[in-house]
Design a protein around this ligand. Structure first.
Ligand code: NAD
Ligand code: ZN
Length: 345
């Protein structure tokens, strides 16, 4: 079968022939429906000099945001019907430690025993005609279109997890949220903020088209450049933003987040843009919660699918054939996409 293979760090992936996988014990073979191209893949093949996790040893098939139809089940698996559509929860932990027991395989206590991070990140993923996944990682999609739903597995789940963690900051009247970076994750983040909170949503991106899309969703946009932080503060009546979500994570965006957050507010860094922040006691307002965030739990992925099926979120997608997957990655790397690229094998 054809697959997009990550061969090494600092090396553009290749489209090549690999063997079709067979499902092992407890696993299911899926005929891939859709596989989203995430900027983290660009991080892996283009930006990281080496493996920051020790769990993404090349080579492997990319694609950690995938959906598919059941083709075959491995030994010991029952209860799946051929042709049914599922979303793949990418993170794979040991399945037994406290974190895995609460569905949070992202924080597995013994990842070295597993040997990889996730499908498409150390283990073969969805940028292929077929993929395998543990049966416990499959979230049913019912009659939802699995191609359109593929981005929910990361571009939906990651902002959902980040926003849920920050919800106490957005409960109550007159609250403000800021989304920085309105690409694959950020635009769904704006949708989730709109669905889960009554906060005024402020949004910014370098691209005017991305800001226009956020305005369509009800956000107030503020372009970058001189005076941006002041303009954002002014919208909040001078008080600052209750919850900032930085979907870029570069030096200037982290600095913006720190400059506009309110006292007792929260800053969540979602993007892996390599930025750093020098902290000092009086450099940020008092009692700000400043944290990173990583993906989400499988329980939350069920919730994200429920929101999608209820029409509360709808990630914008652009479909690419598997033969054009490398072109999709090139456009993602070069900032030319206006929607999540979903590879349809
Ligand atoms: P994307 O390429 O689809 O979108 C990035 C957006 O940010 C684009 O619209 C771009 O114009 C905008 N942008 C870039 N620099 C900017 C700046 N200085 N100011 C304002 N806007 C700027 O990327 P994506 O797939 O949405 O991923 C976003 C980030 O999140 C990446 O760094 C990715 O690696 C990371 N990520 C993190 C997690 C996690 O678990 N923490 C999960 C998935 C992705
Ligand atoms: Zn575990």
């Amino acid at each position: 079968m054809r697959a997009v293979v990550f061969e090494n760090f600092q090396t553009f992936p290749v489209l090549t022939e690999v063997e079709r996988p067979t499902p092992g014990p407890g696993e299911v073979l899926l005929k891939v429906a859709g596989s989203g191209a995430c900027h983290s893949d660009v991080g892996v093949f283009d930006e990281f000099e080496s493996d920051p996790t020790g769990l993404m040893t090349p080579s492997f098939v990319l694609g950690h945001e995938a959906s598919g139809w059941v083709e075959e089940v491995g030994p010991g698996v029952s209860g799946f019907a051929k042709g049914d559509a599922y979303l793949v929860y990418g993170p794979i932990g040991c399945g037994r430690c406290p974190a895995c027991s609460r569905g949070q395989d992202t924080y597995c206590a013994q990842p070295q025993q597993v040997g990889y991070l996730a499908t498409g990140l150390g283990r073969d993923g969805g940028m292929a005609e077929y993929m395998t996944a543990p049966a416990r990682n499959l979230v049913p999609l019912g009659d939802a279109d699995p191609v359109a739903a593929a981005p929910l597995a990361d571009a939906g789940l990651t902002p959902y997890h980040a926003i849920k963690r920050a919800l106490p900051h957005l409960a109550g009247g007159g609250r403000y949220a800021l989304a920085i970076g309105l690409g694959g994750l950020g635009i769904v983040g704006v949708q989730i903020l709109g669905a889960l909170t009554g906060a005024t949503i402020i949004a910014t991106d370098l691209k005017p088209e991305a800001m226009a899309a956020a305005e369509q969703l009800g956000a107030v946009t503020v372009p970058g450049g001189e005076g941006q932080a002041e303009a954002i503060r002014e919208i909040t009546g001078g008080r600052g933003v209750d919850a900032v979500f930085d979907f870029v994570g570069a030096g200037p965006t982290i600095a913006l987040a720190a400059a506009v957050v309110a006292q007792r507010g929260s800053v969540t860094i979602v993007g892996i843009g390599g930025g750093t922040l020098e902290w000092s006691f009086f450099g940020m307002p008092y009692e700000v919660n400043f944290s990173s965030t990583y993906w989400g739990t499988i329980e939350e992925l069920h919730e994200v699918v429920a929101m999608y099926r209820a029409g509360q979120i709808d990630p914008p997608v652009e479909r690419f054939a598997l033969d054009d997957a490398l072109e999709a990655y090139r456009q993602l790397r070069d900032g030319e996409l206006d929607a999540r690229a979903v590879i349809v094998p």
